[in-house]
Design a protein around this ligand. Structure first.
Ligand code: FAD
Ligand code: DLZ
Ligand code: SF4
Length: 513
């Protein structure tokens, strides 16, 4: 009587539901490095290195805790290359009579798990992933009674349900939302907190060598890999964030600075998404910092909103909208991303900063993803599915359940406004307000036309004009259309000609643009 517990690469939590339901004495834990997972998109090299090293460390920790772990390495000669192939081999190897597994994080892998019972002819228990705070049915119950799925109301319900940042029935600090305090641009600050950098140990160095040899054609650098790969080091990173950066997280949440990769962000998403940290635990620790007077309410509420609100909400949307959500394309956009999204080689400084940092570290913070790379892709009319695949490739924290609704929904408006009441489109003025990028750029952010005009400006108006039939009826777009209407006809013509010339150059050639 052997129970097999497959633990997938984003299930690196010792208390995960599958392990909680199994008994050490008659269980084999199966962990599998497989080619299907390392190549279903061309993941950034650091993303593969992080996941494989974290998996190897997790296997060691489980063994130390008394579990029997069967670990399949990527270069094992008999490796079949897929989860199903490896589970099939393990079912034979261990005379398995039952499988217990925590549900998969995405539709693609869910389909594999759903097929196992029939395929192997043994019972397969697929358990709820209780690391998430809202179950699928919680989200369904919340969504069922609403016409519009506004994140804010979901978030309030989650606050009330968990009691996080609640004083009885009331929100702590007297308001649910302190967003209006959280839009400050940042200045260079010598005392800006920095996340810890973790020197790769022997296991990580071996994985880095494997990735360098096997995935040389994948995007991104491997040099400088300094992510935590164990739960203990991820916890140290969380301690550092809570002690030094949380305090100003809110103030500078939307700020961007040349050469500053982290600002006051936590850089904890890779660990949360792989299971090295738990979301509710982080929310409670942030709340404790507020209660102890160590961090102000605007920062703590802002931080909790990202995790208890946005993160859970995105997962709810992903599962609710189904496997063909990925095909939505509200504007019917078809343009491919320019090649320099994979090199960072552009003379638009904001893009070169966001892309350069992405390729160097597999991370960029939210406003860079939304208002620089995402905004540009939206303005040029990029195919939302192509944009989605790029984000899935290049970010260390990218798994489809969280990346797809953020990219296709929030950033590209591909779902026509299911999760955002208007597109996140902005001209150079927005980037200038929230960053120091424009001061370092060869383009003039105040110009709309001419050789040195900031490309975002003409592209922004062209985006509005091009999509007028879809966007003008949206009441939240009334103001920009009023401004567009007030422009002289010849101004509108020259603006659109400027955008068209830019797009022609983009389609025809390499950088600079
Ligand atoms: P912080 O700024 O410190 O935020 C705290 C935490 O809140 C994060 O660690 C993250 O877990 C959570 N969070 C914040 N915003 C979001 C959000 N919009 N959705 C879900 N969780 C959020 N996040 C991912 O985890 N994986 C992705 O693949 C991903 N793709 C994105 C694609 C686009 C186009 C955009 C606009 C955002 C995307 N995000 C994604 C959300 C966000 O950018 C990252 O979570 C964040 O940058 C991670 O860095 P951090 O840990 O320093 O976050
Ligand atoms: C992303 C990823 C990569 C690159 N490699 C592996 C792997 O070799 N083995 C594994 O178990 N998981 C990997 N992952 C994470 C999985 O893709 C992730 O667990 C699924 O998306 C779950 O839905
Ligand atoms: Fe980006 Fe335009 Fe500013 Fe240059 S001027 S950094 S292209 S927004």
């Amino acid at each position: 009587m052997t129970t097999l517990v497959p633990v997938l690469g984003d299930q690196l939590t010792p208390t995960i539901s599958s392990l909680a339901a199994a008994k050490k004495a008659d269980t084999v834990v199966l962990m599998m490095e497989v080619a299907d997972e390392t190549t279903y998109v061309r993941h950034h090299k650091q993303k593969i290195a992080f996941i494989l090293s974290a998996m190897r460390h997790h296997a060691a920790a489980l063994r130390k805790a008394g579990w029997t772990v069967d670990y399949v390495h990527l270069d094992d000669p008999d490796n079949s290359g897929s989860f199903t192939g490896e589970v099939a081999r393990a079912v034979e190897r261990h005379a398995t009579t039952r499988i217990i597994v925590t549900e998969a994080g995405e539709w693609r892998v869910r389909a594999m798990l759903d097929a196992w019972e029939t395929l192997f002819g043994i019972p397969v228990d697929i358990l709820n992933d209780d690391r998430f705070i809202a179950t699928h049915s919680d989200f369904e119950a919340w969504a069922a009674s609403r016409k519009v799925l506004t994140m804010e109301y979901f978030y309030r319900a989650m606050r009330a349900r968990t009691g996080v940042l609640m004083d009885g029935k009331d929100p702590a600090g007297g308001q649910w939302n302190f967003d209006k305090d959280n839009r400050k641009p940042a200045n260079k600050d010598l005392f800006m907190p920095q996340p810890l950098a973790f020197e790769p140990d022997k296991v990580t160095r071996e994985v880095i060598d494997l990735v360098a040899a096997r995935f040389a054609d994948h995007p991104g650098d491997l040099d400088g890999f300094d992510y935590a790969v164990t739960a203990e080091d991820a916890a140290r990173q969380a301690d550092t964030f809570l002690a030094h950066a949380l305090e100003k997280f809110g103030d500078y949440e939307d700020a961007m600075l040349t050469g500053e990769r982290h600002l006051w962000h936590s850089i904890l998403s890779p660990y949360l998404n792989a299971g090295l940290l738990l979301p509710l635990d982080l929310c409670r620790r942030a709340e404790a910092a507020y209660r102890a007077g160590k961090a102000p309410i605007n920062s703590v509420e802002g931080y909790v909103r990202q995790i208890l609100g946005w993160r859970e909400y995105m997962r709810g949307i992903y599962w609710r909208e189904g496997p063909d959500y990925v095909e939505r394309n509200y504007f019917g956009n078809t343009r491919q991303l320019p090649d320099w999204y994979w090199t960072g080689d552009t003379d638009m400084h904001c893009l070169s900063e966001a892309l350069g940092q992405t390729l160097a570290t597999a991370h960029a913070h939210h406003i860079q993803r939304l208002m620089v790379t995402g905004n540009f892709a939206l303005l040029i009319g990029a195919d939302p599915k192509a944009v989605h695949l790029w984000y899935l490739e290049v970010y260390i924290d990218a798994y489809e359940w969280v990346e797809l609704p953020n990219t296709l929904g929030m950033s590209q408006f591909g779902d026509g406004g299911l999760l955002g009441s208007k597109p996140y489109a902005g001209s150079g003025a927005y980037i200038n307000r929230m960053s120091d990028y424009c001061g370092h750029c060869r383009y003039d952010v105040n110009k709309r036309v001419g050789e040195d005009a900031c490309p975002f400006n003409a592209l922004y108006w062209d985006f509005l004009a091009r999509n007028e039939d879809k966007l003008r009826p949206n009441r939240r777009m009334a103001m920009p259309y009023r401004t567009w209407d007030r422009m002289k006809p010849e101004t509108r013509v020259e603006t659109r000609a400027q955008a068209a010339a830019f797009l022609d150059r983009l389609d025809a050639s390499g950088p600079p643009y």
